[in-house]
Design a protein around this ligand. Structure first.
Ligand code: SF4
Length: 328
């Protein structure tokens, strides 16, 4: 640890008067005075001891170097400032959070040429109602609270929804169906999601998808889902407080089971059947299955508001449970 003094294996000790604190004696460097974390006085230290500094804590080679003993008093000349003083650990900028790193990787991804071409083309042609909109037309990263306990795992961006706005379930009919319920159940600050800068804030909830690029006919190929899976792995690893996964549709459901298989947390997927309202406890997390809030399901009555509300009330109940029952 930088600033922590380590006595030389063979300290040179000249007899003298024990002094109050070795830092104030053995170096003229004020940084060392300020940063010494030596908690108490060590008996038997003399002002001519030779101390060594560690560089190892900052990844520097462990090459100790002696710090000369300089006694200072009021008439001493001022200490010249150090030219290139490396910052101690606590002053270094924190590394980007996992979700920011994953987000950047997703937005720059070009792994699936078919999907990338499709998204770009959609962004150029545009739907008549959105002719004056600038389409995002990039892979759509996850959105929400990195400390969330609930994850929504959807299928993929909609061609004129997320592929246009750049945020999951934003600016499309699925989002119009879902966000009022997320707002009611306390996960979303607003009952609407119109654009990336609409002020929507999710609390305790993160939204992601099995594929991050809009696929033709809403059908990503198995190879495209496999290409995108590592992003899901990274996101799931970053969600340290996660308790509930709400899988929207069969593809989202399968994507989570595939993640568990990749992590060797389950061996088979057969026994986990996808049906609306199904609930499975898997490796300390609850997997809740729901129909996807797509037009096909909501306009045909296959998925009603009440059915969907029940899913998120249940997710809320599990997320808020403090008995620890799901962590078996
Ligand atoms: S679907 Fe996923 S893996 Fe494929 S290009 Fe888009 S972000 Fe990359």
């Amino acid at each position: 640890m930088r600033g922590h003094h380590v006595p030389s294996p063979n300290p040179v000790i000249l007899r003298g008067k024990p002094l109050p604190h070795p830092c104030q004696i053995h170096t003229a460097d004020p940084w060392i005075f300020q940063n010494c974390r030596r908690p108490s006085l060590s008996p038997g230290l003399f002002h001519s001891d030779v101390f060594y500094l560690h560089g190892g804590g900052l990844g520097l080679p462990r090459q100790p170097f002696p710090v000369k003993s300089i006694r200072r008093n009021a008439s001493s000349p001022p200490i010249p400032p150090r030219v290139s003083q490396p910052k101690p650990f606590h002053q270094l900028p924190a590394p980007a959070p996992v979700h920011d790193q994953v987000r950047s990787a997703i937005v720059a991804c070009e792994l699936c040429p078919r999907l990338r071409d499709y998204c770009t083309r959609i962004g150029e042609i545009r739907r008549r109602a959105y002719q004056d909109h600038e389409y995002w037309a990039r892979p759509v990263p996850g959105f929400g609270d990195p400390n969330s306990r609930v994850l929504i795992l959807g299928l993929a961006p909609g061609a004129h929804g997320s592929n246009r706005t750049g945020r999951p379930f934003t600016g499309d009919s699925s989002g119009n169906f879902m966000y009022p319920i997320l707002h009611e159940t306390g996960f979303a600050s607003l009952p609407t999601a119109i654009s990336r800068d609409d002020g929507q804030v999710l609390t305790g909830l993160y939204i992601t998808a099995a594929a991050r690029c809009a696929p033709p006919d809403n059908k990503p190929l198995p190879a495209e889902l496999a290409n995108c899976a590592p992003y899901l792995d990274r996101e799931l690893e970053g969600l340290k407080h996660l308790r509930v996964i709400v899988a929207l549709g069969r593809i989202g459901f399968e994507a989570y089971l595939n993640y568990l298989v990749r992590r060797k947390l389950i061996t088979r997927k057969r026994e986990y059947e996808f049906r609306h309202g199904a609930e499975y406890v898997l490796s300390g997390h609850v997997l809740l299955a729901s129909y996807h809030p797509s037009n096909q399901n909501t306009q045909t009555g296959k998925l009603t508001k009440e059915m969907f509300r029940k899913i998120f009330k249940r997710a809320r109940e599990i997320a808020d449970d403090t008995t620890g029952r799901i962590s078996r």
